[in-house]
Every structure is written in C-alpha cells, then in structure tokens.
Design a protein around this ligand. Structure first.
Ligand code: CU
Length: 535
C-alpha cells in the first residue's frame, strides 16, 4: 500500500516526507463504501504545516473520490510513528500503516542494535464500520463488542490457532503453508544479536500487552522520544502509543519462541495474537515446545500503572517542562445521554466537529462556522467521579479552546464512573501537533493545590498519547507553540465517534499559506469558490 521515496526536499538538510498512497474502493458483503478520506500522520507534530495533519473537519476537508491531496511536511524527529485514516472510523477498517523516521545522516541513535522489526498492532471486527457506526448512534445502543481477532501487521487468525498443539484447545491449528493470509509475520533472527522492535498500536478499542517467551525487553523509545532504558518481561501498549524495545537473542537457538499479544483493561473475548521469533539455526516450521506466554490478567491496573510510572526521558534528550503553567483545563470524562443516545462527553459537552475545517474558519474569521464561546474549563466541584452521573443529560458542542501563543497549558484528565455503576473505562488520550509531558497519574478526584504539589517537573516523560486509568486522573503539560488547530481526543475509535474529544487552537493568525484544496468544503469552500483563486 505504501510507496515511500523518503526523498530529501529542496536539496537542503531538511528531510521532507512524501508518500503516494493508492487507496482503492473496497467492498464487503454488506455494503459498497464510497470513500472520502483523510490521513493523519500520528506523532508527527506538523510544525508549520497544520493543514497537513489530516484530520477531517479540523485541518482540512475530507478528500473526495478522484481528488488528490498532497501532504508535504517536515520530519523533525526520528522515531516510531504510524499513519491512519482520520475520517469516521476508517482506522478501524484497516486504513493505517507504519511510519518510521530514521535519524538524520551523520547522527546516531543513543543505543546499538543489529537489526529491526516493525510490529504494528490492531484489532479486527467482522462487522463493517458502517454498521458499527450506525449501531453506536442507535437507540437502543448497539455496542461493537470485542474484536474477533488481534492483528500484527494486518495479519491474524480466526477460528484457528497457531498454537493449538500446545494450548490444549479444541480450535484447529493454523498451518504455516506459505502464503496463507492468516500466517503471522515471523521474526527471523540470528543468535547473540540485538534487535530493535518498533511496536505501535493503532487498535480501535483494545489495550494490549506484548510478551516474548523466555526473553526480556529493554524499553528505549516511547512515542518518538528516547527514554531511560529499563528492562521488562512484557509491555503494555495503548491505542495511539508506540515503543521501541531492544531484544537480545540470547536464548537456546535450537528452538523457536512465541511472541504473544493479549488484551488488557477490558474483559477479553479475543484470542491472543501470536507470532514466532525464529532463530536461524532452527526450522521456521518447528513451533515452540511450550505454550505461549499468557497476558497478565486484564484488570490488574496496579501492574499497568507501575509500568507507566517507569517511563523517564533519556538523560539529556529533552528539556524539562516550564515550572509554571499559564492556564489549566480540568477535563471530566463522562458517559452521558443525548436524546437517549449514549455519548462520551468532556465537561458535559460531547464533541461534534463542525462541517467547515476550523483551520480555515479561524484563519478567515468566519463567525458562524462554529460556536465561538469557549467550552467549560472544568466541572462542578460537587461532582462525584466515583458514581454514575446524577444528571446524565449532555449537549453536543463544536467549540474550541483557544490558547495564547507560547503559553504553557496544563490538562488534567479526570476519569469518572460511566453510566453503569462500578464501571470506569481506560481512555488513551492523543494530542495532535505536540508532545506533552506526563506530570503524573493519580487515583480518584484530582485535588487542586495538593496533587499538583506532587507533579514530576524534574524529568517527566514526553509523549503524544497518555492513558487515564479507571477512576483516576492524569496530568499533562505542553507549550502552545505550534500555530494551528489540534485535535485532542480519546484514541478509542468508537469513543471518539461518540464525542470523546476536544479541540485546541493557538497562533492561527501567524499562519501564512494554507493550501486552498484543504478548505474547499463548508463555509470556507463557499468563500473560496466565489473568490478569485489567490495563486
Ligand atoms: Cu475512550
């Protein structure tokens, strides 16, 4: 699907990224989809090119069938990234791929390795996204359910297991006959080497954990930022995150070893995804002699928190955050109802993105394109986050938070009880256009003036995605220094579809050129199509 020429731009040292994606019409047994689409370059900050962020209705109009749209942007930081559709739930339908940025010529990674593998993880449903979307917006609500399979680089199994001979299951064994679609991509390794595994998750729903039988891993990168190396038996990864781990092939080379990926954070009803580390001294078809590692129990949140709290930036790799913030948003994550429909809301507002890209409506000062009042900065003090909402009624909103350019922003993500008692879900929040510092995680309701005293301002990790645990809070800080309009949202596809996101804007008046093709819809479309072409 990807044709990457990775060429240099303009003959200078800046490396521009250009990519030709041929995205075809696809069909399944249920519907024919006419595809409009938008591609987001997840983790790339788009410094100076906010129109290339690929978010439908925010940075651009969706691209219609037959149209071309040129994304051209600067890759300023090496790391493990990916791209995916950002229109409706297209990511869930399989519109994604890896995006690896190598260090610039003459530069070196701060760790050594002999080879590398990409593992892009996702989850898969048999029901089409069109049907899923209808179900999510229906009364009564029809939840998408747990995925039928987990995929590694787009490959997975259904109704068969690659480990049936050791797993004590009645499921038939998948055979490795060659080019079967179900056969996982095998990691062929040499003994006594170090491999870099680039692991990214673009799941629609699942939080995952990955383990390699009899091998430890050393975590060295998170979301395109170097971290102080630490050793783990297994690694948690939430949708929207990426990690690099180093794998030393220091085990008996006369056998193969399982890589197992399983679901965390939700009661799983999806088999583990499996593949194999194959030492070249052993036949590929020789399956490991013992069962695959089993993912830690899904609701062991203490374990997940202890992993999250082990991340620190590699010494000297990034600056610490500013000591003071200028503005703090406290964002309550709740499940609500609008006209009987289940929604997710932030400070009681469920996001409905405007039909005109915000980047254009702000730049051209189109007052009627969206609600110009700022959404709420916090929620009522008396709100009990441990109980279902007393009044679950919510409203739709299309407003945005506008930040003073270069100001320091704190965001406290406050989780709460969903509509059902004793239920609170994991939400991995992803910010476009920036990395943020993760200042801390806590339990229950965030206590202003007390919990913020305990923030890690010395060496918090830089990330673009961070999870808020059930019934807990997560504190983030970033500097609003990238002119543009930026999505900040839960990376769980159905949650975003149900309104779980907000929009940030800063410095839009500083922007020069925004390509006309980005804005040919909604009110900006009307304006541009009646005005003479400025080029
Ligand atoms: Cu969510």
């Amino acid at each position: 699907m990807v044709d990457d020429d990775g060429g240099d731009g303009d003959g200078n040292d800046e490396c521009f990224f250009s990519l030709v994606l041929n995205i075809g019409l696809f069909m399944d047994s249920e519907e024919i989809h006419v595809l409009v689409l938008c591609i987001h370059w997840h983790g790339i900050r788009q410094i100076g090119t906010p129109w290339a962020d690929g978010t439908a209705g925010v940075s651009q109009c969706p691209i219609n069938p037959g149209e071309t749209f040129l994304y051209r942007f600067l890759l300023d930081k090496a790391g493990t990234y990916f791209y995916h559709g950002h229109y409706g739930m297209q990511r869930s339908a399989g519109l994604y791929g890896s995006l690896i940025v190598d260090v610039a010529e003459g530069e070196k990674e701060p760790f050594d390795y002999d080879g590398e593998f990409n593992l892009l993880l996702s989850d898969w449903w048999h029901r089409s996204i069109a049907r899923q979307e209808v179900g999510l917006s229906s009364v009564p609500f029809r939840w998408i359910g747990e995925p039928q399979s987990l995929l590694i680089n787009g490959r997975g199994q259904f109704n068969c297991s690659v480990a049936a001979h050791v797993s004590n299951t009645s499921t038939p064994q998948c055979k490795f006959r060659g080019n079967e679609q179900c056969a996982p991509q095998i990691l062929h390794v040499l003994p006594n080497k170090t491999y870099r595994l680039r692991i990214a998750s673009t799941t629609a729903l699942s939080s995952l954990n990955l383990a390699i039988q009899d091998h430890k891993m050393i975590v060295v990168e998170a979301d395109g930022n170097y971290v102080e190396p630490f050793e783990v038996e297994d690694i948690d990864i939430y949708s929207g995150e990426s990690y690099s781990v180093l794998l030393k092939t220091n085990q008996k080379p006369s056998q193969n070893y399982w890589i197992a990926i399983g679901v965390r954070g939700r009661k799983p009803n999806t088999p583990q995804a499996l593949t194999i580390v194959n030492y070249n001294t052993t036949s590929t078809s020789k399956l490991p002699p013992s069962p695959p590692p089993v993912t830690p129990i899904w609701n062991d949140f203490a374990r997940s928190k202890s992993f999250a709290n082990r991340l620190f930036p590699l010494a000297g790799s990034s600056a610490p955050p500013p000591r003071q913030h200028h503005r703090r948003l406290v964002l309550l994550n709740t499940q609500n109802l609008i006209d009987g429909r289940i929604k997710w809301a932030i400070n009681n507002v469920s996001l409905k993105v405007s039909g005109t890209p915000y980047l254009g409506s702000i730049k051209f000062n189109l007052k009627t394109a969206f609600d110009h009042r700022s959404p709420p900065e916090s929620f009522p003090k008396e709100y009990n986050v441990m109980e279902p909402p007393v009044n679950p009624n919510s409203t739709l909103g299309d407003g945005i938070y506008v930040f003073k350019f270069n100001s320091t922003i704190d965001v406290i993500l406050q989780n709460s009880n969903a509509l059902e008692r004793n239920t609170s879900e994991i939400h991995p929040w992803h910010l476009h256009g920036h990395d943020f510092w993760v200042l801390g995680y806590g339990e229950g309701k965030f206590k202003e003036g007390e919990d913020d005293e305990k923030f890690n301002l010395k060496n918090p990790p830089l990330k673009n995605t961070a999870v808020v645990f059930p019934f807990g809070w997560t504190a983030l800080r970033f500097v609003a220094d990238n002119p543009g309009v930026w999505f900040f949202h839960c990376h769980i596809e159905p949650h975003l579809h149900m309104g779980m996101g907000v929009l940030f804007a800063e410095g839009v008046n500083r922007l020069g050129h925004v390509p006309r093709e980005a804005l040919l819809c909604g009110l900006t479309g009307k304006m541009l199509m009646t005005a003479p072409n400025p080029h």
